[in-house]
Design a protein around this ligand. Structure first.
Ligand code: AP5
Length: 220
């Protein structure tokens, strides 16, 4: 049985948010709200949201707040009352952070922790150039640190493995610049509230996970 609370996993593109979120979801009663995944699904299904978001994502820019905020509010409403939230890729602006803290309080799920994966830019560029994803189940691979057993085929479901359109070096550098210009400031918002747990995102994922899990606590 879980409890109502919100955890945020935060950091620059490629810091390992999705990688560590997968471990937290295994160990704690949390529902994953990953805005990048929601948007990529909308693009794949060619929905009106997907058509609107695609131009921003392909350029490595942020989708406007007025588009993404209502989507997160709607998604929060679908989470059962006995489960917590794990936000990944959200919030990315101070306006998004304001919305999230208000909404979380309203539904009785206060933000308990912000796990900050501090990761150097050069590590990120290398990681994202070698990231691959399963088109069918979304499993994340890395040609250097976590290659699939068979080239181009997902170990978990046999689906086709592809490279994200925004993982080219040029777009990754744009995403990093956007992070510095629009998202890094959100850390000030979190620090002022005393919620931040600093983690070295440059370490191998299995080495940093115990500190992350300890900060999230028992989860019960
Ligand atoms: P989103 O999907 O959220 O992308 P991101 O924040 O750029 O983060 P990534 O998914 O690229 O990286 P990650 O930190 O999850 O790393 P991962 O675990 O995969 O957003 C995409 C786009 O959508 C945005 O650019 C924007 O346009 C839009 N968007 C999304 N949310 C939005 C919002 N709130 N507002 C506005 N627009 C929004 O790891 C990366 C690679 O490294 C993998 O290959 C992995 O295997 C490997 N790896 C991970 N950790 C380690 C480690 N510790 N050691 C070695 N390798 C590692």
């Amino acid at each position: 049985m879980g409890r109502r609370r919100a955890i945020i996993i935060f950091g620059p593109p490629g810091a390992g948010k999705g990688t560590q979120a997968e471990r937290l979801l295994r160990d704690f009663a949390l529902e994953h709200i990953a805005t990048g995944d929601i948007l990529r699904e909308a693009v794949a299904n060619d929905t009106p949201l997907g058509r609107q978001a695609k131009q921003y994502m392909d350029a490595g820019r942020l989708v406007p707040d007025e588009v993404i905020i209502p989507i997160v509010e709607e998604r929060m409403r679908t989470v059962p009352g006995d489960r917590g939230f794990l936000f990944d890729g959200f919030p990315r602006t101070v306006a998004q952070a304001d919305m999230l803290f208000d909404a979380a309080r309203r539904v009785g799920a206060p933000v308990e922790k912000v796990i900050y994966l501090r990761t150097p830019a050069e590590v990120i560029v290398t990681r994202l150039a070698s990231r691959r994803i399963c088109r069918r189940c979304g499993a994340v691979y890395n040609l250097v640190t976590k290659p699939p057993k068979t080239d181009g085929v997902c170990d978990a479901c046999g689906g086709e493995i592809y490279q994200r359109a925004d993982d080219t070096e040029e777009t990754v550098r744009n995403r990093l610049a956007v992070y510095e210009a629009q998202t890094a400031d959100v850390m000030g918002f979190f620090r002022a509230r005393g919620l931040v747990v600093d983690i070295d995102g440059g370490l191998p994922a299995d080495e940093s996970y115990p500190a992350i899990a300890a900060s999230v606590g028992t989860g019960s």
